[in-house]
Design a protein around this ligand. Structure first.
Ligand code: PHE
Length: 350
């Protein structure tokens, strides 16, 4: 005699509290596993009288199938419930207000630099880049800056000591590797890899061993160079006047003043009417009514020769400007160090 009903009732009772897959697997093992109740009973069939075996075998197998079906049905329902719960947990209320992420903004120097680049782009200038760690050759030599030129003074130039050249040099600070002191070396690099006609600007960081309210050891310049068969000083004036009026306003007075750079001839410095006193004379413009904003000139024939151009056939103009200085004039800032202190009260004003 096997109490089929009792086993079934036991199963249904035990099934009651099962709500997870591990518990379900335990339940299954207790009834259908290798040592489970049903399995044991099936093994015991052999001890029954021969004529009773088919009947009990049939009833046991029916119970086994019933239990199997119940377990699989319960498994499906547990899986479904767990999936639904996971979905509920992961649900996002997209109507909730988001966490506030304060937007950053470009540094004022970057903003003005971007504007400068945009103005020259609109005139068809390409944008060129060069290394900040530069060879003496590109920074000075090829630009017709002789060995004894004041611009090479060790107070201005950061020299890089290299193992390669240190031993042969007479002076311990002398080296043929420098931090570029201006963006003009990009003129040389740019010309060596091009054929005229072309025009490009070269924005970037430059370094000078200098620090006070109007000088920092690192600052930004934008170089410009335009070369072709018939490029004249009139083009230089036209391009720079247009640039200044776009950056400082249509009414801004512009003045070209003769100057000297070893790599341009003739050379000119460009002044704008003082932004502070509007020309009447003040401390900022040292009572002159004008502020110097950039250096420029016609490319020196020696520079063309150095890059393999024929100075009889091509002409060009070049210019260079300091971005911090332009930014200070643009916004009336009187201390360049403010740009590098990262004081948010200052930076937030732009
Ligand atoms: N390189 C010069 C400077 O740093 C500026 C300049 C560039 C002047 C190109 C003339 C032509 O002062």
């Amino acid at each position: 005699m096997i109490d089929i009903d009792r086993i079934k009732e036991d199963f249904l009772n035990q099934k009651e509290g099962v709500d997870s897959l591990p518990a379900l697997n335990n339940l299954k093992a207790r009834f259908l596993g290798r040592k489970g109740i049903i399995t044991e009973q099936l093994k015991n069939l052999g001890s029954l009288p021969k004529e009773e075996r088919p009947l009990w075998g049939k009833r046991l197998n029916e119970l086994k199938r019933f239990i199997e079906q119940e377990i699989e049905a319960l498994r499906a329902s547990i899986i479904k419930t767990e999936a639904e719960e996971a979905l509920r947990r992961e649900r996002i209320d997209i109507t909730l207000p988001g966490a506030f992420v304060p937007p950053g903004r470009p540094h004022p120097v970057t903003q003005v630099l971007d504007e400068i680049v945009e103005i020259f782009r609109s005139m068809g200038f390409a944008v060129e880049e060069g290394p900040e760690v530069e060879l003496d050759y590109y920074n000075f030599e090829a630009l017709n800056i002789p060995k004894d030129h004041p611009a090479r003074d060790m107070q201005d130039t950061f020299y890089i000591k290299t193992d390669r050249n240190a031993p042969q040099r007479s002076h311990p600070m002398e080296s043929d590797v420098v931090l570029r002191t201006h963006t003009s070396p990009v003129q040389i690099r740019g010309m060596m890899k091009r054929k005229p006609p072309f025009r490009f600007i070269a924005p970037g960081k430059v370094y000078r061993c200098d620090a006070d309210i109007s000088h920092t050891p690192m600052f930004h310049q934008v170089e410009g160079l335009m070369v072709g068969e018939d490029v004249t000083f009139a083009h230089l004036k036209g391009v720079l006047e247009y640039f200044i009026k776009r950056l400082f306003g249509e009414e801004t007075p512009v003045r070209f003043r003769p100057s000297y750079f070893p790599f341009t001839e003739p050379s000119a410095e460009v002044d704008i009417g003082c932004i502070i006193c509007r020309g009447s004379g003040c401390r900022v413009c040292k009572e002159t009514g004008y502020l110097e904003v950039l250096g420029s000139g016609m490319v020196h024939p020696r520079v063309f020769e150095e890059v393999g151009y024929d100075p009889q056939k091509v002409r060009g103009f070049a210019f260079g400007m300091g971005v911090e200085r332009l930014t200070m004039l643009r916004y009336g800032i009187d201390d360049i160090r403010l740009f590098f202190e990262n004081d948010l009260r200052f930076l937030r004003q732009f």
